[in-house]
Design a protein around this ligand. Structure first.
Ligand SMILES: NC(=O)c1ccc[n+]([C@@H]2O[C@H](COP(=O)([O-])OP(=O)(O)OC[C@H]3O[C@@H](n4cnc5c(N)ncnc54)[C@H](OP(=O)(O)O)[C@@H]3O)[C@@H](O)[C@H]2O)c1
Length: 253
């Protein structure tokens, strides 16, 4: 059991077959929450997250959908309620981060990022809030430090993450009266196997400047999400929690 007691609660984590999402799902399960492990195409890794949670005495199930389908988020929340009887937290983590330089970027490349990172997030939030409007709950959106710090060949991604962070604030404004808190978590560079081979220069640069001396781990993001979902954060809404080992405080001149 983690340091926070989430027993009796239910969390839905989107994109939990992926690196960060799996870490977020595991962090909620470690604190006793039942977890809906959403995936789109990564059935195998979602199943392994579920297997690990159940093997540790927790409750979890895998649920598949394409979140760019406007009904995807609704189906996911309905599944949580059908199987576990309630939904307390929804973490909108699913997203894509393709690389494309602006000079040759097409409208369809831009649109694909907006469809996944922004429109699907909007639909997920709306579905979550509808399910929580009677009893309250917490919604977490996964942003990125690239929402505030530009990154090369990521204009569409940076713009979408800036929008996600501000969307969390507007959703907090409108949903507070229902007892629904909405916050964003903006990670820095999170380690995954093979990252140093795929992007050696990025990993080197990050390690060189990050005050806390290492890349992030999925659990770092998961723990931040658990905190914001817990009663310890019951008077916190509309904030963006940066989880980046301090890289954003590096002097820019
Ligand atoms: N990794 C980092 O360093 C980092 C840093 C800052 C922010 N982030 C953010 O953290 C989140 C997770 O990133 P990650 O690095 O863990 O990437 P990832 O492993 O690629 O995970 C992203 C997940 O999003 C899901 N997804 C994509 N399109 C979808 C769709 N149309 N419908 C439903 N699900 C969809 C994918 O599901 P399937 O695999 O099942 O298809 C995938 O597992 C993203 O929002 C990302 O922008 C990551």
């Amino acid at each position: 059991m983690g340091g926070v007691d989430l027993r009796g609660t239910v969390a839905v984590v989107t994109g939990a077959g992926g690196g960060l999402g799996g870490g977020i799902a595991r962090a909620f399960a470690a604190c006793g929450a039942a977890v809906v492990v959403h995936y789109h195409t990564s059935a195998e890794s979602a199943a392994s997250v579920v297997t690990d949670i159940i093997a540790s005495g927790g409750r979890a199930l895998a649920a598949q959908c394409d979140l760019t389908d406007p009904e995807g988020g609704q189906g996911l929340v309905a599944r949580a309620i059908d199987e576990f009887g309630r939904v307390d937290t929804v973490v909108a983590n699913a997203g894509i981060a393709p690389v494309a330089e602006l000079a040759t970027m097409s409208v369809s490349q831009w649109r694909e990022v907006v469809d996944t990172n922004l429109i699907a997030t909007f639909a997920t939030v709306q579905a979550a809030a509808a399910a929580m409007s009677a009893g309250g709950g917490t919604i977490l959106l996964i942003g990125s430090i690239e929402g505030t710090h530009p990154a090369w060949a990521h204009a569409h991604y940076c713009a979408s993450k800036a929008a996600v962070v501000h969307f969390a604030r507007t959703a907090a404004l409108e949903y507070g009266r229902y007892g629904i808190r909405v916050n964003s978590v903006s990670p820095g560079l999170i380690w995954r196997d093979g990252l140093d081979l795929d992007w050696p220069e990025g990993v080197r640069r990050y390690r060189r400047v990050v005050p806390l001396g290492r890349l992030g781990r999925p659990a770092d993001v998961g723990n931040a999400c658990v905190f914001l979902a817990s009663s310890m954060a019951e008077w916190i809404t509309g904030v963006n929690l940066v989880v980046d080992g301090g890289v954003s405080v590096h002097p820019i001149w």
